[in-house]
Design a protein around this ligand. Structure first.
Ligand SMILES: [Zn+2]
Ligand SMILES: [Zn+2]
Length: 259
């Protein structure tokens, strides 16, 4: 009985997020964890985008208050979870595909260079065909790649600029939502995969600036299931849209404030 026989195997262990999981595996894991709760309590994309914005705003205020690394880890991990939630709401559009088209191995989609040498008034971007190599990447691989491409430039721009750009992604998601009826289903999925890839890229940029290893942060926060209800899938009550204050930091490290 050394071979895997499928059907009779217990479902439990494989639903725990493995160490260094590839990005598509991570997305599937989050679907198992929060897909059901989101479909009940966050039925449309716009409310998911609002929850994403709340997460971005919480990270911005943590940075303003000069919080410490474990807080930044939780804040960045929550944003990742909320990006996945929106992707599930667009017929499970693939983050990996969007990232691979917009942030290819060869270099910047605008200037074609590695690292990026774009000026502020840059040319329009060129999309690439996703490679099989990038399909196998984890969030950590993406963080390393984007740091090579944009790390130096982002250091010059500073964390406040990065957070501002991340915040503006919410506006772009909402604008996209408004024009959906003009496009075919495939076009909508393409547009969302690129927009969510940009949102993820700015999240990764913020994480790097704050010295957060995003893969580790996500594993720590969600790898064993929901911190609040201890279950997969999560059976928690509706999401909180309350702003997190400095007084809540101890509490969020303990439990709660999931997804
Ligand atoms: Zn460039
Ligand atoms: Zn839960």
């Amino acid at each position: 009985m050394s071979e895997l026989s499928g059907g009779d195997l217990p479902k439990g262990p494989e639903r725990i997020l493995g160490e260094n999981a590839k990005l598509p595996e991570m997305e599937r894991f989050f679907g198992d964890l929060y897909g059901r709760r989101d479909s009940i309590y966050l039925p449309d994309r716009e409310i998911r985008a609002q929850l994403l914005y709340r997460g971005i705003d919480d990270l911005q205020s943590a940075v303003r208050q000069k919080a410490w690394l474990p807080i930044y880890e939780v804040m960045c991990a929550r944003i990742v979870s909320r990006i996945f939630s929106i992707a599930r709401g667009v017929d499970n559009v693939s983050l990996t595909e969007g990232l691979a088209k917009k942030y290819p191995l060869e270099g910047c989609a605008y200037c074609g260079q590695m690292p990026c040498v774009c000026q502020e008034n840059r040319d329009p971007y060129q999309l690439s065909t996703p490679t099989t190599e990038q399909e196998q990447w984890s969030l950590r691989d993406w963080q390393e790649h984007l740091t090579k491409m944009y790390g130096e430039k982002n250091q010059q721009r500073g964390i406040n600029y990065i957070l501002l750009r991340l915040g503006s992604e919410y506006g772009e998601l909402i604008s996209l939502e408004r024009v959906i009826p003009r496009y075919s289903i495939d076009e909508v999925k393409d547009k969302y995969s690129l927009e969510l890839a940009d949102t993820m890229a700015w999240t990764i940029a913020a994480a790097s600036m704050l010295r957060v290893d995003l893969q580790k942060a996500v594993e720590k926060r969600y790898g064993n299931g929901c911190r609040a209800c201890n279950q997969i899938p999560c059976v928690c009550p509706p999401h909180s849209f309350d702003q997190i204050s400095k007084d809540d930091y101890g509490h969020i490290l303990e439990a709660s404030f999931h997804s």
